[in-house]
Ligand binder design. Structure first.
Ligand code: FAD
Length: 713
């Protein structure tokens, strides 16, 4: 019997938070249904793949992190391919496709993917499918889904082309007398016939109606009769659990079922070891909160709280202004209880969780998650290990379908994870930041096993906060400011809720909370403690040379690191009165002068003692009507970028002629992008140059580490 050898593909990923990894795993899983053998590796497992000799198609899935950096597990790979010693035909033999994940709210969108792509091209590699650039800012699915859909066709075309290239090469290596002219023509003809597929992923996604799971890894489902909305009392607007025509009438392309890969059992134990915090890590410190000050008043503003930590006994937390640190918070006890109840496990919370790999799992590269330690209780697992608030991905919804008894609910879950239901998924799940608990509430007949949650819920991540103090000014103290995140009620969430960490911190500090004027006299009998670890930021630092002019842009809580910078400068001025200090500018913005102007007194005192030369503040909601009129007539600025424009000439001069540094901190969603666009306009008009030249100037500033961002969203 001849043994059928399936064609190989290599799938490589670089992933920071697991999104790229999970897409790569999905590709590896679907490969089999497409008659292929996939070898899946993380880019840092370089003993498992060898691109220098790889003859099969290679699919890269890479994300970008921070300020355009590669994910940690792709760093070495990027370093390797960037080596100057590689010749321009180093990867001539390599055929690749690349999907880059990024977020346009951040600078250097998809930078890691672009860097790899650019270098592969420079080294002669051949791209067999158009590179996808997926934007988390607008929804990864928008690009990822069609890209994945077109991938298999492209891989098959690439395999055919590669094999015909090989035949052609072998043939041409025969002596010319062995070849008749028609043979050569035939090979050339087959080459043109098997050109790469259309490289536009949008084009390749159209036209192929998928009908069989064995062909494309997706299945076509038709609506059950019950989904038709015939009850006139039922609203015609869709909601999380209710579908309306057209969607409810459509045949759906549903992703293939992710193969289960974990066996989970709950062991009864004699004694219960109570653990009250995240498990030991060498860098973790449980520090007391010594002060909590509410920096905002009134309505229509986000509550901002300054928290002071007493780090006297924690040398590991020696920080510099510009650094941030991680806060480890647990999931809410009430939500953990509800989830246990919902899973029918409320009486088993103290049992130990044993997790192992399913013996016959079809999942490629399956592993027991490294963040689930041995010998922990079920309660501990749900409290400290899994992000139970995370937004369920489409693959999770697909898996939940299998555990849902009611056919109408099944259908709705199928819709939400289908290609046709993307708009509903984005509206009711993704943009609402729905959690698994909220989702299960809306689908009461869905009873997933615990193993499914462990397979699909990501690791509970600590939340970073920027230091808002300097040790010279506040020895033994570490301050930070948090803005309390509020999730409004929506379909699937009857009442609003706070962000996980900010809500938890808010509850912890409420008994201590005072107003700024009472802060000095604050003293507590009981001080709550929180677990933190330092996250040094080696680039977002005050320049060592004090004569360098500084421009700081930090609206809202983005002002935090600049409070640290200015406190340090104030001290340095006192200690070295003869030293030269460059000009300092701070652009701050908030909604109302009298409600959320954070650190107002401290900032004004920096100005009056000469630490800060220019404080430019704007209010986006004060005297709204007047301001709107004023904007039209070039009046008071509303957002930080408007203020930057007003001082365009001086700012550009400082940056481009006096070697100044520009720091931007805060909201990544709009502010950082708007500031960047404004800077571009400022350079264009001040230097009278075109867009390309302005981009080069900004890129130059970044390269020299004189345009730095610390942004989040
Ligand atoms: P979560 O429960 O994690 O929810 C926040 C998520 O929900 C975000 O992804 C957000 O996009 C989304 N979201 C927010 N509001 C809504 C809404 N209404 N509807 C739907 N989705 C929504 N934060 C500060 O306040 N101060 C700082 O100094 C600070 N420094 C940071 C420094 C760094 C380097 C980084 C990366 C982040 C920083 N952050 C800071 C952000 C902080 O880490 C947390 O992300 C933030 O406090 C929210 O945490 P949470 O657990 O309360 O919210």
């Amino acid at each position: 019997m001849p043994i059928e050898v399936k064609p190989r593909i290599v799938v490589l990923y670089g992933s920071q938070k697991g999104q790229a990894q999970s897409i790569a795993e999905g590709i590896a899983e679907e490969a089999e249904g497409n008659g292929l053998l996939a070898e899946l590796s993380c880019l840092d497992q370089n003993d498992k793949y060898n691109l220098e000799k790889e003859k099969s198609p290679v699919v890269f899935i890479v994300s970008t992190t921070g300020d355009g950096e590669p994910p940690d597990n792709a760093l070495q790979f990027v370093k390797h391919i960037k080596k100057k010693t590689h010749s321009s035909d180093h990867y001539k033999h390599l055929h690749y496709a690349l999907l880059a994940l990024g977020d346009t709210n951040y600078e250097n969108f998809c930078n890691c993917g672009k860097t790899i792509e650019c270098r592969l091209q420079e080294l002669g590699a051949q791209r067999f499918y158009a590179t996808g650039y997926a934007d988390d800012g607008t929804g990864l699915e928008v690009v990822v889904d069609p890209w994945l859909e077109g991938l298999w066709k492209a891989v098959k075309a690439a395999l055919t082309k590669m094999s015909s290239d090989r035949n052609f090469k072998e043939d041409s290596e025969k002596t010319i007398s062995d070849l008749s002219i028609p043979d050569v023509q035939l090979n050339l003809l087959s080459l043109t016939k098997h050109q790469s597929p259309d490289l536009d992923p949008k084009c390749s996604s159209t036209g192929s109606q998928v009908t069989s799971p064995s062909v494309e890894g997706v299945s076509l489902t038709t609506p059950p009769a019950e989904t038709q909305n015939t009850d006139p009392a039922i609203s015609n607007a869709p909601s999380l659990s209710q579908s309306v025509p057209l969607l409810s009438d459509l045949s759906l392309n549903v992703p293939s079922l992710p193969p289960p890969f974990l066996d989970v059992s709950l062991q009864e134990v004699d004694t219960v070891d109570e653990i009250f915090g995240p498990l030991n890590s060498k860098t973790l410190n449980e520090v007391p909160i010594s002060r909590a000050v509410c920096l905002t008043t009134g309505e229509s503003v986000k509550t901002a709280i300054l928290i002071e930590l007493d780090i006297t006994a924690y040398p590991m937390l020696t920080y510099q202004p510009g650094d941030s640190f991680d806060v480890f918070c647990p999931n809410r006890a009430s939500e953990v209880k509800l989830l246990l109840r919902r899973l029918g496990l409320e009486d088993q919370e103290n049992r130990h969780v044993q997790v192992s790999l399913c013996k016959n799992t079809k999942k490629k590269g399956a592993q027991v998650p490294s963040y689930i330690p041995q010998n922990i209780s079920l309660l501990y697992l749900l409290t400290w290990c899994l992000e139970i608030r995370s937004v369920p991905k489409k693959a999770f919804l697909r898996a939940l379908v299998e555990h849902t008894a009611d056919s109408v609910q099944r259908r709705r879950l199928q819709e939400l994870c289908s290609k046709q239901g993307t708009t509903d998924y984005n509206q009711f799940v993704r943009e609402s930041s729905l959690s698994i608990l909220e989702l299960l509430d809306a689908f009461p007949s869905c009873l997933p096993p615990l193993s499914l949650l462990i397979e699909h819920l990501p690791k509970l991540q600590p939340r970073p906060y920027s230091a808002a103090s300097c040790r010279l000014q506040h020895p033994g103290k570490l301050n930070f400011v948090l803005s309390v995140v509020e999730f409004p009620a929506c379909s699937g969430r009857p009442v609003e809720r706070r962000g996980l960490c900010t809500g938890w911190l808010f509850d912890r500090v409420t008994p201590l909370l005072v107003l700024p004027e009472e802060a000095e006299s604050q003293c507590h009998v009981v001080t709550p403690r929180i677990h933190v670890s330092l996250r040094p930021n080696c680039s977002f630092r005050h320049p060592p040379d004090t004569s360098v002019p500084l421009i700081m842009v930090g609206p809202g809580t983005g002002v935090a690191p600049f409070i640290g910078f200015l406190q340090q400068r104030e001290k340095e001025r006192q200690q070295n009165p003869d030293a030269v200090f460059g000009e300092t500018w701070l652009f701050f913005g908030c909604r109302y002068r009298d409600r959320d102007y954070l650190f107002r007194e401290e900032l004004e005192s920096f100005v009056s003692n000469g630490t800060l030369d220019h404080l430019k503040v704007c209010f986006s909601r004060d005297d709204q009507r007047e301001q709107e009129d004023a904007i039209v007539s070039g009046g008071p600025p509303r957002y930080v970028q408007h203020n930057l424009l007003l001082f365009s000439h001086k700012i550009i001069n400082i940056l481009l002629k006096h070697n100044g540094c520009l720091y931007v901190c805060g909201d990544a969603k709009n502010m950082a992008k708007d500031v960047n666009d404004t800077l571009m306009e400022m350079i264009k008009s001040e230097l009278q140059v075109d867009q390309l030249e302005a981009m080069k100037q900004l890129a130059g500033l970044r390269e020299e580490k004189r345009y730095l961002q610390d942004i989040w969203g």
